[in-house]
Design a binder for this molecule. Structure first.
Ligand code: UDX
Length: 844
């Protein structure tokens, strides 16, 4: 389960025709095989070849910019002409996938003293056309030590590794008869590690085989590739990993202004200069999921890390969602004993199957921060393709080789292949390792435990950025702790994924376990059971904030000052933050200021804790039967939660209803869900059948693209009885692309009136009784009122609506003495209150 198997799941069917709507996620239509032709008129250049490939044409058609279109065309043409990839690459590995005539002992040492690490990935063939049995003598003549990890897979097939067919029998004593053309072969991977449980042996060997430079504890260079806004979690990660002998090189996705600024602060706080943040266009990339740019990022970062004066022995890459599961001393000890080795995790499948699942036999082009699939390709002969996980621990020697600015032919040729590869970081290092002179240093272990739950994690969730269905691991939760603890005797040092907004308690638990000697200090530290995650910062230019979120945040800022009776004119929203306590989402923090011009210019800055109201009620019979019911956007099917923490829904949002019913409910139970717009019109009806196993789930209503603004209503009906109702706000927008909306646009956006919904007369009739019984506020006001609101009183209108859906609870004072409020720094909830676990001030 913890194996880092390929991320690629299956290929997406591409849309057959032009998708002009650039703002929307592309709808990948399945089962349509219409041939598509390239519309040459849409190009402002002449393609250098004639091309008709369905995938390439689809990509050119969907791409927006001419630059991107041209890139796709050029790469396609080069591929068609056979000029894009080398046909053959010479492997430099002495044990390259050759056909060793004799079974070899695979380097199993008999002598304790010389035991270090044995590793390898060997094809052993007993000669062509031989129907003999495969026998790996290693397992018989050599002997393996306690703690040894080994796995053997046997194959029968043609001689080329890619054509080997895996047999169901994975023991290594099998018959390969039948087809005389077939030879018998197999892969054997042996890793022998020294671990804590083998202290005795390790100690013994240490005396005899480790000397000089090798005796020094290994120094680690962490390459952190980070994305998103979880800056406090990244700081916590740095805090727990920090040691003066390690180097930290941080790459922040080029689009993430907030996280970048936060990481610059971390760098600044560390006077010892062993924390470095990648800067500038050349070193920062928009490293999209699965993109070729992630490999570029890793290689460029590695070059910078090699050039850094801080010497290191291993490069370990981690992301914002990784966390250690062994302490620093254990990791250092392990790596010290294994200097020169390279830790990568292989897919553990038949190679051809891996290639297909991963899309390695397809050409992808990255532009417009998307990986476009443009067609099939033939991988070069002569090398062994390998891959698995892109979380690695590489020796300095190997990094010097693979990231060299003047690489040898093997690396140059492989770079040509991996420049056009989906998820290249998952195969590039493996493939170079296998085929280079470093092949004997290959250890099939990436030191990671990964929380794969493929039913949840393979939902094609990256189709907005890649022409492929990819998978992601799930976040660990507190209930998974035993799984982590069970790795105690294994050479696993990191786990992924962790997200504080999903479950911070598991991170706490792991930290308490790793550093139990600090337990008292840790758990009593200020802010320990709280978590803050930024949603918006006024200094952000990229990525654009959702306009509905910006509208609601600004409205709340005004409402807070209004509540304080501060006579304000210009309220400035500074930050919006999500606040969690005891592993639960609590509410939204709004940090804002006003400038008052009385006798002197005064700035008042405050922060407030705001709760979204759950305007939800159930009938008496159904009390306690519904655990949760919420309408929101950005539903994450993998973690089964909404990512939109402020809960703002705008006219262009796609609302989703998520539900959780109590296990005590009588099943099966049929429910109708009625979506009613602010004017009391039935907009959509969904049906769900509750079964014992489906008490939690979500429903996506099919609405028109443009939602009517105002308070919407949702009714839950069981057996013609109204059992629950709730309402939610579709907020008018005060911002458009993050700028104050102009009246023309506001009219178009906020004044939508839908002629009709996809509701039949019959349905309307069926539910009219229920709808008529509810009094809708907006129904009584005339549409034209909205025009007045839009032109002159947009903010007041929004504030009135927002007030009904959010509750301002606490307010604290940042810098003012006149306001009789608690100081933010002294509260337990303010984003300015102490948070020891993410405090990096005394780090270096
Ligand atoms: C899975 C695999 O575990 C991983 O090996 C593979 O690279 C991607 O698929 P997943 O959880 O889906 O991981 O990806 P995630 O951890 O979110 O992203 C992978 C890396 O790319 C991280 O370092 C992340 O910071 C970075 N990334 C992701 C960006 O820099 N920008 C993005 O937009 C998305």
């Amino acid at each position: 389960e913890d194996e880092d198997l390929p991320k690629g799941l299956r290929q997406l069917k591409l849309p057959p025709d032009k998708t002009s709507n650039s703002n929307k996620i592309l709808q990948f239509q399945r089962n349509r095989t219409t041939r598509i032709k390239l519309d040459r008129k849409s190009l402002n250049f002449t393609p250098s070849c004639e091309f008709t490939g369905r995938e390439a044409v689809s990509a050119v058609t969907r791409a927006q910019s001419q630059v991107c279109k041209q890139r796709i065309v050029n790469v396609t043409c080069l591929n068609q002409q056979g000029l894009l990839y080398p046909e053959r690459i010479q492997s430099l590995c002495p044990h390259s996938p050759g056909f060793i005539d004799k079974p070899v002992s695979l380097g199993c040492f008999k002598d304790d003293k010389t035991l270090r690490i044995l590793s390898g990935y060997y094809h052993v063939f007993k000669g062509n056309n031989s129907p003999e049995r495969c026998t790996f003598l290693c397992l018989q003549s050599g002997y393996l030590y306690a703690g040894t990890e080994y796995s053997v897979e046997c194959f029968c097939g043609m001689e080329k590794p890619s054509q080997l067919k895996r047999l169901p029998d994975s023991s290594c004593n099998m018959k390969c008869s039948g087809n005389p053309k077939y030879s018998c072969g197999g892969y054997l991977t042996i890793n022998v590690f020294w671990t804590g449980i083998q202290k005795f042996k390790a100690q013994e060997a240490r005396n005899t085989s480790i000397d000089g430079e090798n005796e020094k504890p290994a120094r680690i260079a962490y390459l952190l590739t980070v994305n998103g806004r979880a800056s406090r979690q990244v700081k916590r990660l740095i805090n727990i990993l920090y040691h003066p002998s390690h180097l930290f090189y941080i790459h922040v996705d080029a689009r993430q202004d907030y996280l970048y600024r936060e990481m610059l602060e971390v760098e600044k706080s560390c006077k010892t200069s062993n924390i470095k943040v990648a800067r500038g266009e050349n070193l920062r990339h928009a490293s999209i999921w699965g993109g070729a740019s992630l490999l570029t990022t890793l290689l460029k970062s590695a070059q910078q890390m090699l050039a850094h004066h801080h010497h290191w022995d291993f490069l370990v890459n981690l992301s914002e969602s990784d966390f250690p599961i062994k302490n620093n001393a254990q990791l250092t000890q392990f790596l010290s004993l294994n200097k020169g080795m390279n830790f990568v995790k292989s897919h553990g499948r038949e190679v051809q199957r891996f290639i297909t699942k991963q899309g390695l036999d397809k050409t992808f082009v990255e532009c417009e921060t998307r990986m476009w699939r443009i067609g099939d390709r033939k991988l070069p002969d002569g090398i062994q393709i390998d891959g698995g996980s892109d979380w690695v621990a590489l020796s300095r020697d190997f990094v010097e080789y693979v990231a060299n600015t003047n690489p040898d032919t093997l690396v140059t040729d492989l770079l040509k292949v991996f420049k056009y590869t989906l998820l290249p970081a998952e195969s590039f290092f493996h493939t170079v390792l296998r085929n280079s002179k470093f092949c004997n240093t290959y250890i099939d272990n990436n030191l990671h435990v990964t929380n794969w739950k493929r039913k949840l994690g393979c939902k094609c969730q990256y189709k907005a950025v890649v022409d492929w269905c990819g998978c992601s691991p799930n976040d660990f939760k507190l209930e998974d702790f035993s799984r982590i603890r069970n790795t105690i005797d294994r050479n696993l040092f990191f786990a992924r994924k962790f997200e504080s907004i999903i479950d911070q308690r598991i991170i706490d638990r792991v930290e308490e376990w790793l550093y139990s000697e600090n337990l008292n200090k840790t758990v009593n530290a200020k802010g320990y059971d709280a978590y803050w995650q930024s949603l918006y910062h006024a200094a952000d230019l990229s990525p654009l904030t959702d306009d509905a979120q910006l509208t609601v945040s600004n409205s709340l800022a005004r409402l807070i000052f209004h509540k304080l009776n501060v006579n304000y004119k210009d309220v400035r929203l500074l930050e919006t933050t999500a606040y969690f306590k005891q592993n639960q989402f609590v509410g939204i923090l709004i940090l804002a200021e006003v400038t008052l011009q009385q006798q002197t210019v005064q700035q008042k800055r405050i922060e407030s804790l705001v709760y979204p109201r759950h305007n939800f009620s159930t009938s008496r019979e159904w009390l306690g039967k519904i655990q949760s019911l919420s309408v929101n956007t950005d539903y994450d099917q993998k973690e089964k939660t909404f990512r939109n923490l402020i809960g703002s829904i705008g006219p262009y949002s796609y609302p989703v209803l998520s539900y959780e019913f109590d296990t005590g409910i009588t099943t099966p139970q049929n429910l109708s869900i009625l979506w009613v717009d602010p004017y009391g019109r039935l907009a959509e009806v969904n049906y769900i059948q509750l079964e014992e196993m489906t008490l939690t789930g979500y429903v996506k209503p099919q609405f028109n693209e443009h939602l009517v603004v105002g308070t919407w209503h949702l009714f839950l009906v069981a057996d013609s009885l109204l059992v629950a109702k709730m309402n939610f706000l579709v907020t008018p927008l005060a911002y458009w692309k993050n700028k104050k909306i102009d009246p023309e646009r506001a009219k178009e956006v906020n004044n939508a009136s839908v002629d009709s919904y996809h509701i039949t007369e019959e349905m309307n009739k069926k539910w009219s009784h229920l709808l008529n019984s509810v009094n809708f506020y907006e129904r009584t006001t005339h549409m034209t009122d909205n025009e007045i609101k839009i032109n002159s009183n947009l903010d007041q209108w929004i504030d009135k609506l927002v007030q009904k859906h959010y509750e301002i609870d606490k307010i604290c004072n940042v810098n003012d003495t006149e306001l009789k409020l608690q100081k933010c720094i002294n509260t337990y909830w303010s984003s300015l209150s102490p948070d020891t676990k993410a405090d990096i001030n005394n780090l270096c």
